[in-house]
Design a protein around this ligand. Sequence first.
Ligand SMILES: [Zn+2]
Ligand SMILES: [Zn+2]
Length: 195
Amino acid sequence: MAPSSRPESITGGCLCGAVKFTINFPEDAEWPPSLNGTCQCTMCRKHTGSILPQNCAFPTANISPPLKENPAYKIYKSSSFAYRGFCSTCGSSLTFNYDKEPEHTEINLGIIDEDVLCGKRNEASAWDDEYGHHVPRIGGWGKDICSAGEHIYLENSIPGVTDDLPGKKWLADRTDGESFTGKLFDFKKGDSKGS
Ligand SMILES: [Zn+2]
Ligand SMILES: [Zn+2]
């Protein structure tokens, strides 16, 4: 069999393990997944506890077992049009869903398992030096899964910390204006082409 350039599935779960799931990539599934981005809106920050929340949308039908069948998985209706999922045992922030798009579930990428994001630890080839214990990794899909090309709510970005991201950026949501690629804080009032 030819070496696979895409996984058949990846796994993820919450901190305590009460919520575990597999995301399947059948042949017709997009790889690498493209509905991937960061959001610096205050709601995403509060829900995840991260200053740079990042998630990726996958077909809900490809996530097994279905999250809603897990009694530990709870949802919080965070706005009139969306809800967010979390583990009711350990509090891990897990998902974002639009009410109108049940076919997609956005997974917070930090809950994808370490072996998937970073590769498996190869302890047999490990070594120690003055920096500590080095463990080479085998495989991993982190670059494919986590290369976000879209970033929204840069209006909330932190200068020098979360404003210089590669790819397309928007001040707020994608529907609220044109995207840009430079640094937000290089914009000056009156520079824009628009009136
Ligand atoms: Zn948990
Ligand atoms: Zn957000």
